[in-house]
Ligand binder design. Structure first.
Ligand code: BGC
Length: 390
C-alpha cells in the first residue's frame, strides 16, 4: 500500500514540471497539466467529475484501500471551488482513497447536513472548505467524538477544537500583494495625488476576507490617513465593504450606488481594491454600465477565467494566482500522513488562531498575475488552455 502511494506520488512529481504556489517542497508538485485544465467558462463544466446537482450524493467511488475521505466544498457557483473539488477527488483517488465530495450551494445548513452524513457514512477524515467558519462547531463536535480528524481547507473553521490542521494560501500575503500593486501603480510614494479609491472585500463569515482586507489595508491605510488616497464614498470599515457570499451581483449593485453618488459628474475613480475576482467582476460590470471617467486600477484574486479575460481586455489590472492543484497536493499529503498515523507537514504554527488555539497550518504561496505573465502562469502550466481564455 505504502509503496503504491509512493510510486503514484513519484509519477505525479515526475510529470509536473512547473512549480508555483506551494513551490519548493517535494509534496507540492502540481498534478499533470491535462488532468487539471478546466473546460471553457461555465463553472459547472470545470469539474466534469461532479456533474450531479449540488447537494446530491456522489456516485460511489471505486473502492480505495485507504478508506473514505469526506470533502465538503462551499459552492459550485464560483469557478475555483469546482477546480478545488475535482483536484482533491482526483489526487485522493490516485493516492488510494475513496472520496465523498459534496457541494453545498453556499447554504450553511446543507453543508452541516452533508458533514453529518459523511460522519455517519464512516468517513475516516474530513476536509472542509467552510461556507461560514463559525457555524460548524456542533457537527464537528460529533466528528471529534468519533475520532475523525478535520482539515480546514482554504478557509479556517473558527471556534472548534475539532480542527486538526489548516491548509491554505498565505491569505495576508494575497492582501499585501494587492495593496502594493495599487501603491506602485499610482506611485503613491512620489506622486502628489490625491487619488480616489474605493474598497470591496468578501463574505464576513469567511475568515480569509479579514486577512485579505487586513493585508491590503496595512499597505494602503497610511495613504488614506495622510489624505493621498481618498475614499469618496466614506465606506472604509470591513463591515461596510464586505460582500455577502462574495457575490458578483452584490458587488455590482454596491458599486452602482457608489458611482451614482460620487463619480457620475466626471470625477475620476483612480483605483478599486477588490479582494477577489468575483467581486472585481461586479465592479467591472458596474464601471462598464455607469462610469465614463478614466478606467481605474482594479485588483482581484483567483485568476478566474472571466477575470483573466478582463485582464487581457484591460478591464482588470491584476489578479493573484492560487494554483488549486498545489493546494490539493498539499492537502492529500496531509491526509496521507494523518491516515498513516503520523503528523501532517506544516510550515506555520503562529498565524491562524481559530479561537481555541493556533491551528498548525500549511501556507502555499500566492503568485502575482497580470497581462504580462498570465501565459506562463496559466497556459504553460496547463491550468487553462488558450481556448479557455478566448
Ligand atoms: C478564497 C478565495 C475566493 C473566495 C470566494 C475565499 O475563501 O480564499 O480564493 O475568491 O473565498 O470564493
Amino acid at each position: 500500500m505504502k509503496r503504491k502511494v509512493l510510486s503514484a506520488l513519484l509519477s505525479v512529481a515526475m510529470v509536473a514540471t512547473l512549480l508555483v504556489g506551494c513551490g519548493s517542497s517535494a509534496e507540492t508538485t502540481g498534478a499533470p497539466a491535462e488532468e487539471a485544465a478546466p473546460a471553457e467558462d461555465a463553472a459547472e463544466e470545470a469539474a466534469p467529475a461532479e456533474e450531479a446537482a449540488e447537494g446530491e450524493e456522489e456516485a460511489a467511488a471505486p473502492a480505495g484501500e485507504g478508506g473514505l475521505i469526506g470533502v465538503a466544498m462551499p459552492t459550485k457557483d464560483l469557478q475555483r471551488w469546482n477546480q478545488d473539488g475535482s483536484n482533491m477527488e482526483e489526487q485522493l483517488k490516485a493516492a488510494g482513497y475513496e472520496v465523498d465530495l459534496q457541494y453545498a450551494s453556499n447554504d450553511i445548513q446543507t453543508q452541516v447536513s452533508q458533514i453529518e452524513n459523511m460522519i455517519s457514512n464512516g468517513c475516516k477524515l474530513l476536509v472542509i472548505a467552510s461556507i461560514d467558519g463559525d457555524s460548524l462547531g456542533t457537527v464537528l463536535a460529533q466528528a471529534k467524538e468519533a475520532d475523525i480528524p478535520v482539515i480546514a481547507y482554504d478557509r479556517l473553521i473558527m471556534n472548534s477544537d475539532a480542527v486538526s490542521y489548516y491548509a491554505t494560501f498565505d491569505n495576508y500575503m494575497v492582501g499585501t500583494v494587492q495593496g502594493e500593486y495599487i501603491r506602485d501603480a499610482l506611485d503613491l510614494e512620489n506622486a502628489d495625488g490625491p487619488f480616489n479609491i474605493e474598497l470591496i472585500t468578501g463574505d464576513p463569515g469567511d475568515n480569509n476576507a479579514r486577512f485579505f482586507f487586513g493585508g491590503a489595508m496595512d499597505v494602503l491605510q497610511p495613504y488614506i490617513d495622510s489624505g493621498k488616497l481618498v475614499v469618496k464614498s466614506g465606506q472604509t470599515s470591513f463591515e461596510e465593504v464586505a460582500t455577502a457570499n462574495w457575490a458578483t451581483e452584490a458587488a455590482q449593485s454596491r458599486f452602482d450606488a457608489i458611482i451614482a453618488s460620487n463619480y457620475s459628474d466626471g470625477t475620476n475613480l483612480d483605483a478599486v481594491l477588490a479582494s477577489n475576482d468575483s467581486t472585481a467582476l461586479g465592479v467591472a460590470n458596474s464601471l462598464a454600465a455607469n462610469y465614463t471617467g478614466e478606467y481605474p486600477v482594479l485588483t482581484g484574486q483567483d485568476c478566474d477565467i472571466a477575470s483573466v479575460k478582463n485582464m487581457i481586455a484591460g478591464k482588470q489590472s491584476m489578479s493573484v494566482f492560487k494554483d488549486t492543484r498545489d493546494l490539493a497536493t498539499q492537502v492529500v499529503a496531509m491526509v496521507d500522513a494523518i491516515m498513516k498515523g503520523g503528523e501532517a507537514p506544516v510550515n506555520d504554527t503562529e498565524s491562524y488562531d481559530n479561537g481555541t488555539g493556533v491551528i498548525p497550518s500549511y501556507l502555499c504561496e500566492p503568485v502575482f498575475a497580470d497581462v504580462n505573465n498570465y501565459k506562463e502562469l496559466l497556459i504553460d502550466s496547463g491550468y487553462y488552455t488558450e481556448a479557455d481564455l478566448q
